[in-house]
Design a protein around this ligand. Structure first.
Ligand code: MRU
Length: 354
């Protein structure tokens, strides 16, 4: 298995899978300019912390290229890309990293160096997510041995698979690893209203023939109470210094249910998703998206067209926070490419030092 949500064309442009029409249509879009890169991030043509970071990095390269290697113009477009979504730290991290790598360069050198750095970011994600898969798989194996079961029941929220980060995802990486090693897994996939990223997870798992069942966002607690979940894996958009974690709205409620039912709750993330400059979760900016995402549902009509249907009468208002914060105390552990650590400041800082 080796999948990417985007790839680099010979021209240096990038082609991305349009995640706004998945799982109903497979369509790709070519991004050629920094403005297009920022737009694709903002309107969620591309999404998921890692993928956002990679596209942002290529967007900075395009800014360098399209300006003919003018560092001032590149920096101003980089600022615009950096602001395209507020919560996933990979976005700011990737933009800053390309800018730092290009230092005082200009002209052709600037263009080439920014391209190399953007390539490096996504190649490193590939290696990091492979390691996350290994470490997460060990946790699953231990649970299977302890419980004497032959199928592990995993619950996941949102989509933290290869659509969200090169190559095997974060929360889904251990599941893909289990499949590779012939271990039986069944996944409870949260629908993840309002944008239904669970349908992306189902699409990914179906392609790999991994048994899974889509559930409503409210079903997880009851499944955990009934002993039908062995472990929860979620991804992250930002993990701050004390271990508090921003992830897709609804993650916090799953963590509460997991704690109340003694179900291990793990957050899987590459080190590029940590934000050590922010002390705790209160300071993480939470994206608020358009109320339309709540007031309408989107799906495939019998005609074969993707349609939006209003679910409440006109005039009703909605509030649509896209992420929530899971306090570190509810997290059993953080699965990173460097190993599994407790969600505690001293452990996080130690990992970065070591
Ligand atoms: O709004 P989205 O779809 O970009 O949110 C994605 C998530 O919350 C994922 O869980 C997270 O980015 C991890 S993807 C590797």
């Amino acid at each position: 298995m080796n999948y990417r949500a985007f790839w680099v064309l010979e021209s240096g442009d990038i082609e991305v899978i349009d995640q706004t029409v998945l799982p109903f249509q497979y369509k790709t879009v070519v991004i050629q300019t920094p403005v297009e890169a920022a737009r694709a991030i903002r309107n969620m043509t591309v999404r998921g912390a890692g993928t956002i970071g990679s596209i942002a990095a290529f967007g900075v390269y395009m800014a360098a290229r399209n300006s003919g290697g003018d560092p001032e113009r590149m920096r101003s477009e980089a600022r615009m890309i950096r602001e395209s979504r507020p919560t996933a730290i990979n976005l700011m991290w990737a933009v800053d990293r390309v800018l730092a790598a290009t230092g005082n360069l200009s002209g052709q050198e600037l263009i080439e160096r920014s391209r190399t750095e953007a390539m490096l970011i996504s190649d490193e994600d590939r290696d990091r997510t492979a390691m996350i898969g290994q470490f997460g798989f060990e946790l699953m194996k231990r649970i299977l041995e302890e419980k004497g079961k032959d199928t592990i029941e995993v619950l996941t929220h949102c989509n933290a698979g290869w659509l969200g980060i090169v190559d095997s995802g974060t929360a889904l990486a251990p599941i893909y690893e289990a499949k590779r090693r012939g271990v039986n897994v069944h996944v409870w996939v949260d629908e993840t209203r309002p944008r239904n990223q669970g349908s992306l997870t189902s699409w990914e798992l179906s392609r790999e023939h991994i048994p899974h069942t889509l559930i409503t966002d409210n079903a997880g607690g009851e499944l955990m109470r009934g002993g039908r979940v062995d472990i929860v894996f979620v991804g992250a958009d930002r993990v701050v210094r004390n271990g508090d974690t921003a992830n897709k709205i609804g993650t916090y409620l799953k963590a509460l249910a997991a704690r109340d039912n003694d179900v291990p709750f793990y957050v899987a993330l590459p080190t590029s998703t940590f934000d050590l400059d922010t002390p705790n979760g209160y300071d993480i900016p939470i994206e608020e998206r358009n109320e339309r995402e709540v007031l309408f549902v989107r799906g495939l009509a019998e005609s074969g067209e993707i349609q939006e249907v209003r679910i409440v009468p006109e005039g009703i208002r909605a509030f649509n926070p896209a992420f929530d914060i899971t306090p570190a105390r509810l997290i059993t552990g953080l699965i990173t490419e460097k190993g599994v650590i407790p969600a505690r400041e001293e452990e996080i800082v130690k990992m970065f030092r070591g």
